[in-house]
Design a binder for this molecule. Structure first.
Ligand SMILES: NC(=O)c1ccc[n+]([C@@H]2O[C@H](COP(=O)([O-])OP(=O)(O)OC[C@H]3O[C@@H](n4cnc5c(N)ncnc54)[C@H](O)[C@@H]3O)[C@@H](O)[C@H]2O)c1
Length: 363
């Protein structure tokens, strides 16, 4: 990994550096905060696995205050944010101070939210430590928390000034978490880049997924879309492919058999590709290709007929909806997507039952 050259993406308002953090501009960025407080937000696992490396590599961090978040999506809630804001007040944090979010999507979503509203906004940096964080969650300026089991209902648009992506942190990430990141990489390829789809759909090893060029291709797709539509007025919605049904499954399962975000998105993409196929936006052959790629890497989950109405009820809370309609991004071929498509309960139900069929009749 270390012999791969650092890749830098300069986007509007922020910069992404992909490669060893030791060779990045991280140290220079920290120097700009000498004389100011630095707070590092971690969760339990990134505290144990990633924090030491960061602190011992950069002298400027020896004086940092550490804020520990409880691990897991159930804790992406206001009550936890409230405790962090109280801690920031105890530390006398001011608007000139810096927050570093060191963790997966939970830490960057919550840490970004905490930073962006405290004293009307502190500067923050994301150092993602999960593959999903690196290719998706840490980028794009969407920060947020869940409310009453509904995903990301409270949030802000505010970019970290820098995102430092160092695959070294992935050494301690469990294998299934690597595949959660793969789900978002597949999404980026499906909505925007057929050649990338043809390349990454063949990847089955964790090691091949965490190569700088593969991560870079995925990050580039997201940053380009966000530069064109930072506040999700239109085009950016294609990044939500797989998420209308995915978020509903994730929220529905939260108090039952919890599934991870990446896994839920993989299932959601399969279901939304099913709707795309039924509407003849993609061919049956393209759908089979997507279905085979997803089922090769992600376990399907059984969904009983009587669960369908409750799962659909979660979709009515989706932030992309208006006028009481469920609006979704669908595929228009592989490498192309459309947004704001109204989908109905019958076709959602059919797609969910197709997932059930796959769970009970694996090839
Ligand atoms: N803001 C966005 O644009 C955006 C995009 C996609 C997902 N998300 C959000 O991101 C979250 C999912 O992110 P995630 O999959 O990274 O989940 P996560 O942050 O919960 O991390 C998954 C697990 O891996 C652990 N972990 C992380 N890095 C580790 C490391 N280096 N070593 C060992 N363990 C490590 C975490 O502690 C956790 O147990 C969801 O809340 C989702 O809604 C946000």
């Amino acid at each position: 990994m270390s012999n791969q050259k650092m890749k830098i993406i300069k986007a509007t308002n922020y910069q992404v550096e992909i490669g060893s953090i030791l060779e990045s501009s991280f140290s220079n960025v920290l120097s700009a905060f000498s004389g100011h407080k630095i707070i590092i937000i971690v969760d339990e696992n990134t505290h144990d696995n990633c924090l030491d490396y960061l602190i011992t590599s950069f002298n400027e961090l020896a004086r940092a205050e550490i804020v520990l978040l409880p691990t897991g999506e159930k804790n992406k809630v206001m009550e936890v944010c409230f405790q962090v804001w109280q801690a920031l007040t105890e530390y006398n944090v001011s608007r000139k101070d810096l927050i570093i979010n060191l963790g997966g999507g939970l830490v960057s979503d919550m840490g970004g939210f905490i930073a962006s509203v405290y004293k009307r906004g502190l500067k923050f940096i994301n150092v993602p430590t999960s593959l999903l964080g690196m290719v998706d969650a840490a980028i794009g300026g969407k920060n947020g928390i869940d409310l009453e089991g509904y995903k990301n209902q409270l949030g802000t648009f505010s970019h970290p000034s820098h995102i430092f992506i160092d695959p070294l942190f992935l050494a301690t990430l469990p294998g299934e978490e690597i595949f959660n990141g793969y789900a978002e990489m597949l999404k980026h390829a499906l909505i925007q880049d057929k050649d990338l789809w043809l390349k990454i759909q063949k990847i089955h090893s964790e090691n091949d997924l965490i190569q700088l060029d593969v991560i870079h291709s995925s990050v580039l797709i997201k940053t380009k879309i966000i530069d064109k539509d930072p506040l999700e007025g239109g085009l950016r919605k294609i990044l939500n492919f797989g998420h209308t049904i995915g978020h509903a499954l994730e929220g529905y399962q939260l108090n039952k058999r919890q599934i991870s975000h990446g896994h839920a998105v993989a299932l959601g993409m399969c279901a939304e590709a099913h709707i795309s196929m039924k509407r003849k936006f993609i061919s049956l052959e393209e759908f089979r290709d997507i279905e085979a790629t997803i089922t090769a890497s992600f376990p399907m989950v059984s969904i009983e007929l009587d669960e369908v109405p409750e799962i659909i009820s979660f979709m009515y809370q989706d932030k992309k909806n208006y006028s009481g309609k469920i609006l979704c991004s669908l595929l228009k071929g592989i490498g192309s997507a459309v947004y704001d498509i109204e989908i109905n309960e019958a076709e959602i139900g059919e797609a969910l039952l197709h997932l059930n069929l796959l769970a009970n009749n694996p090839n």
